[in-house]
Unconditional design. Structure first.
Length: 395
């Protein structure tokens, strides 16, 4: 093991610390060493740092190692889920996964360590217990689908003391979300799904009478889903009887395969003295939480089983005439290329810039969609497409 204590002149100390910081911040936390690195496949490399307080070098070293391990596991999770899934499940990751994740490190070893002034740095390689972390994802209702969040359309009627109401009876009137819809909408949203707010835009089409009946047939449910470009339709009903009992029944239908994924029904008695509307809604929220907790993992597994894998593409564009051209290209990717979830500038040189693109599909599909798109902001000529880095020439 190498440990070096460097004594550096004040003027150079700041520069070297900045170099360490930049290396640490811009990606050194997540590196997977390949076979050529002489280390185990899928080993995570990470840098940690800590201040030496009152000359206690041992404590600083322990703190630096702890930071490196935490950052390594965090970046494994980021890489495993992708940026969109992390954003969708951020609260659950913070509360349920990350606090326990460092306990799932199988082993680690220090590759290098340095002291620079009163700062201590360690460079470690680590491996995590992937199976256990995957189990933690499932227990925490983390959406494991490798792609964009699942878009849900709700076709849930509401019956109060025998009076039935449902929004698809007169969709042209843009009816607001019912109280029951709001509860169900919010619970699914918190679980990482993307509910469709139907009040923002109603499809401009002719609505046949079979699409307007309260009890929709499967074909009509799927038709509504396609009209709103949903991935999954949640249909069902809420029955509230004399403010004494609530029943919730939900079915989930997959649009891609035209199949019912799962269904469930729950009933709850409302407190005997409940006369306020808030008591009824509180009971509905408890009921909905229980039922959706059962259904959501099945939806995630079913939709995720056929989802596309995330590709992290490194793209260098040569001979751009201005930074505004990059902005145009970035906007084009995010608005026109389905499957692009993030575009980040990673390097700027005199005659080129490099971006990192997160795409839900493979490299071949990405290039096909981009190079043949009618709204491409300017001509692009592929110079290199088969190696790790894609090079596109603007001129």
């Amino acid at each position: 093991m190498n440990r070096t204590i460097l004594k550096i002149k004040p003027g150079r100390k700041i520069n070297i610390i900045c170099c360490f910081f930049c290396f640490y911040f811009f990606g050194a936390c997540l590196l997977y060493a390949g076979p050529t690195g002489g280390r185990a496949k899928n080993e995570i490399l990470s840098i940690g740092t800590a201040r030496i307080v009152k000359g206690n070098l041992a404590r600083a070293k322990d703190n630096a190692i702890s930071m490196a391990l935490s950052k390594g596991v965090e970046n494994y999770i980021l890489h495993r889920l992708g940026s969109q899934a992390v954003a969708n499940n951020f609260m659950r990751l913070l509360k349920r996964v990350l606090p326990m994740a460092t306990k799932e490190i199988q082993d680690f070893h220090i590759l290098a360590e340095e002291q620079i002034g009163d700062e201590y740095y360690v460079f470690v390689g680590l491996r995590v217990n992937k199976e256990v972390i995957e189990g933690t994802f499932q227990k925490s209702d983390i959406i494991l689908r490798e792609g964009l969040p699942v878009k849900l359309l709700f076709l849930v009627s509401e019956t109060i003391d025998g009076k039935v109401s449902y929004w698809w009876k007169n969709p042209e009137d843009y009816p607001p979300l019912s109280s029951s819809e709001l509860v169900i909408y919010d619970i699914f949203r918190k679980k990482g799904f993307k509910p469709i707010n139907r009040t923002l835009s109603i499809p401009d089409t002719e609505y046949y009478k079979e699409l307007k009946v309260p009890d929709l047939q499967t074909a009509s449910v799927l038709k509504w889903g396609r009209l709103f470009s949903a991935d999954v339709v949640i249909s069902g009903h809420v029955d509230i009887i004399d403010e004494k009992e609530i029943t919730l029944m939900l079915k989930a239908f997959d649009l891609k395969n035209g199949l019912m994924i799962c269904q469930g029904i729950q009933t709850e008695n409302i407190t005997k003295n409940a006369t306020e509307k808030g008591d009824v809604m509180a009971a509905l929220e408890r009921l909905s939480n229980r039922l959706i907790a059962r259904l959501s993992p099945a939806i995630t597994r079913f939709v995720g089983s056929s989802s596309e894998e995330i590709s992290h593409l490194k793209i260098t564009m040569k001979r751009l005439s201005s930074y505004s051209e990059f902005r145009d290209f970035k906007d084009f990717l995010k608005k026109n290329i389905k499957g692009v979830s993030s575009v980040k500038l990673t390097r700027i040189k005199k005659n080129s810039l490099t971006v990192s693109v997160e795409f839900h599909g493979d490299r071949k599909d990405f290039l096909k969609h981009v190079l043949n798109h009618k709204h491409l902001p300017f001509p692009l000529y592929p110079e290199q497409t088969t190696s790790e880095e894609i090079i596109l020439d603007v001129r």
